[in-house]
Write a protein that binds this ligand. Structure first.
Ligand SMILES: NC(=O)c1ccc[n+]([C@@H]2O[C@H](COP(=O)([O-])OP(=O)(O)OC[C@H]3O[C@@H](n4cnc5c(N)ncnc54)[C@H](OP(=O)(O)O)[C@@H]3O)[C@@H](O)[C@H]2O)c1
Length: 261
């Protein structure tokens, strides 16, 4: 049974920019959904809510840092049943692993892994009330070792594994779990010089958002949007991971190791 997005109550984390903003906007504008749009930046969420005045659905801003466990749990106690939740908030960390900031790496793992895992568990009762749907936003980079985004890639590989496991555990309760694994998207995350050579391969956030919402409503499992990315994902099923890692290392070495000090 597909998930009806029209009139649905949907949580989108990381809704202040990039893919999350595009998904929240498409839900409210094209699908008449009531979106709980969550992020830390209040001004960006209020801009989105103001734009939604002209849309058939609604945007309800939720200003929250999902890594703040007491604040997150207090909010989730009050939120009530949801048709769907899209756990999209994430960050990356680029460059040679040995030079990366340990503090930023811990923040990334706290967000991409710890908070996302905790929220999946905390959301389960809110979703199961109405045979809801959960989406974890992983990455194509979670399907291969990812030199120069090594810990990021590992965090997304974790989400791929978590999502595929929960898909099986929750299917008997009627709750679908979609693991969404996009390739490069043109967002704040990829706007820096380290992604310079990738720019022409980046997909528009609106296109990726449309693919994500289709996958969510069709209750698909692991989904890679875009033909080029699908071909890459198919190749990654055949290539030994060490060879895939060597190819990625060569592709990213120049941009990711440039000294920009
Ligand atoms: N861009 C790509 O090429 C790409 C490719 C594959 C997968 N992805 C994944 O897609 C997702 C969205 O990425 P994006 O490219 O759209 O990045 P983005 O434009 O940087 O957006 C990240 C979002 O996460 C929110 N966020 C960050 N920390 C948060 C926290 N502690 N609590 C709540 N919200 C937080 C940010 O909002 P605030 O700063 O306002 O909190 C922002 O709305 C991520 O999971 C990313 O890993 C991206």
């Amino acid at each position: 049974m597909t998930l009806e997005l029209r009139g649905a109550r949907v949580l989108v984390t990381g809704a202040s920019s990039g893919l999350g903003r595009a998904m929240a906007a498409a839900l409210a504008c094209d699908h008449e959904a009531h979106v709980l749009a969550l992020a830390r930046r209040q001004d960006a969420l209020e801009d989105l809510a103001a734009a939604a005045d002209a849309w058939p659905g609604a945007i309800e801003p939720v200003v929250l840092d999902v890594t703040d466990t007491p604040a997150r749990q207090a909010w989730l106690q009050e939120v009530g049943p949801l048709s769907a939740a899209i756990l999209n908030a994430g960050m990356t960390l680029t460059g040679p692993f040995s030079k990366q900031s340990a503090t930023k790496r811990e923040q990334m793992i706290a967000l991409n892994v710890t908070a996302t895992t905790a929220m999946a568990q905390e959301l389960a009762p809110l979703l199961s009330a109405g045979r809801g749907a959960l989406m974890l936003v992983a990455s194509l980079g979670g399907l291969t070792p990812l030199p120069y985004q090594a810990a990021y890639g590992a965090s997304k590989a974790y989400l791929v594994s978590l999502g595929l496991a929960l898909q099986q555990e929750w299917k008997r309760q009627g709750v679908s779990v979609t693991t969404f694994a996009p390739g490069g998207i043109a967002t704040e995350m990829t706007s820096g010089a380290e992604f310079a050579s990738q720019q022409r391969h980046l997909q528009p956030a609106d296109d990726v958002a449309a693919a994500a919402l289709k996958a969510l409503s069709e209750r698909q499992g692991l989904v890679v949007p875009g033909m080029q990315n699908k071909l890459m994902a198919a190749a990654l099923k055949i290539l030994p991971p060490s060879l895939a890692a060597a190819i990625v290392e060569r592709q990213f070495r120049k941009d990711m190791t440039a000294d920009r000090a």
